[in-house]
Design a protein around this ligand. Structure first.
Ligand SMILES: [Zn+2]
Length: 119
């Protein structure tokens, strides 16, 4: 009789631990989908079902990150299509041009000049 109770308790503990691990995995997957990069596995492991409820209520972070990435991508695209601006004479040059079409300064010199002006 006593052995059976201990056996039932052990089975319950094992099932509980398995559920905690599953909760940890689910928590981690939810947070990954929401765009959170850090590991949330142990958070779910410790809090179980409560952790899933907490992360389910967390705001979605992936949309913001994605739009930022898109913005950055568009920015890079814009720079490429617009070419570069000479910092010596403010002349706009095409991306293929290695030297300024107006004053003949190289792209590298122009960038250097712009950085010196900033400082
Ligand atoms: Zn120039």
């Amino acid at each position: 009789m006593g052995v059976n109770i201990i056996g039932i308790i052990i089975v319950f503990i094992v099932i509980f631990l398995i559920l905690q691990v599953i909760c940890g995995v689910i928590t981690h997957i939810i947070m990954k989908k929401k765009g959170y990069s850090s590991s949330w596995f142990f958070f779910g492991l410790l809090l179980g079902i409560i952790a899933i409820v907490i992360v389910a209520l967390k705001p979605d972070n992936s949309e913001k990150e994605e739009s930022d990435e898109k913005k950055e991508h568009n920015k890079n695209k814009k720079i490429k299509t617009n070419g570069w601006k000479c910092t010596f004479c403010n002349c706009n040059n095409s991306d293929e041009a290695e030297y300024c079409s107006k004053c003949g300064a190289s792209y590298g010199q122009s960038v250097q000049n712009g950085e010196e002006k900033k400082v």
